[in-house]
Design a protein around this ligand. Sequence first.
Ligand code: 5GP
Ligand code: MN
Length: 345
Amino acid sequence: MENIAELKTLLSTPKKIVIVSHRNPDGDAIGSSLGLKHFLTQLDHKVTVAFPSEFPDFVSFLPEANRILIHDNNPDFVENALEGSDIIFCLDFNSLSRIDSIGDFIRAKCQDKVKVLIDHHLEPEAFAQFTLSQTKASSTAELIYVFIEMLGYEHLVNKELGTCLFTGILTDTGSFKYSTSPRLYQIAAKLKEAGVDDYALQFELFNAQTEKQLRLLSFCLSTDSMQIFDEYNAGIIVLNKRDYEYFNIQRGDTEGIVNFILKIKNIRFAALITEQPKIVKLSLRSKGDFSVQEIAQKYFKGGGHKNAAGGISYAPLRSTVEKFKKILPEYKEALTKEDTTMTIV
Ligand code: 5GP
Ligand code: MN
């Protein structure tokens, strides 16, 4: 962000600010948004956080999570906040189409507002006056810390703010398994110094599952729901409408399931394919050099990161699974050749 000094001047007097993030917000969307809110309120700004759709229960303990506005539930509240705002911060997404209902409103009614984009997804759209986009960053939460540092306000990072950012980092890196860097560990150390109890936080985030979620995981792994294609070092888990009804699957219940496929040693490419009310959703993951972002973009109207991406299909579940299987031979070489990024020494 070359024009950071200009943004610092803007932020030197109280403003009305709305922070928005993507549909089905994950730990990073929520952690980075609430972390930024705790920072900006200390600078005397009036700050509202808004998402297109509900966030999962496992992050509802985060400070101020109960004040987040959800467009699906209260469109007027969100739209009034946006219309009355001076600055809109856009976090953890790279294109206004990723925030659908809110994006449409911003495009139509918020042309005059200052927009700031802070994100780590590939191929960011240039819709904001101020952009901090680093695709190598582990998480948007990491970038919020970098942003605070760029403005020279590290001393404002306290336990509340830090806990929100640490949540984004933990969830997007799988607890420091992916996208780490020396900078990330330095930031984690600073957050811990600021009072973050990372031990308690890991338990709150990851050892808080319900019996239903564990039984659903067991079903996914022990039945035909999971199919492994050893020839392609790939695997899928498929959940249909009946499974959704039987397990009463709610938002957040399928979180993390796709990663279990990657626990198989040879598997490099995994997909969770789920039958939603109007669409089929694909959640793609990979290990090493294989890019699922490319597959999400090329075949499933989606995107994301090299090792974690997502997309959708309007075809029925069965044909979507068939389409997925047909794609595998095209990537056979990439999925089976030696991957030097996975070499340890
Ligand atoms: P998840 O599989 O956890 O839903 O998403 C993994 C990553 O892919 C996230 O960074 C998310 O933003 C991105 N992603 C998921 N679904 C979509 C989609 O439909 N479109 C785009 N562009 N990105 C997606
Ligand atoms: Mn993220």
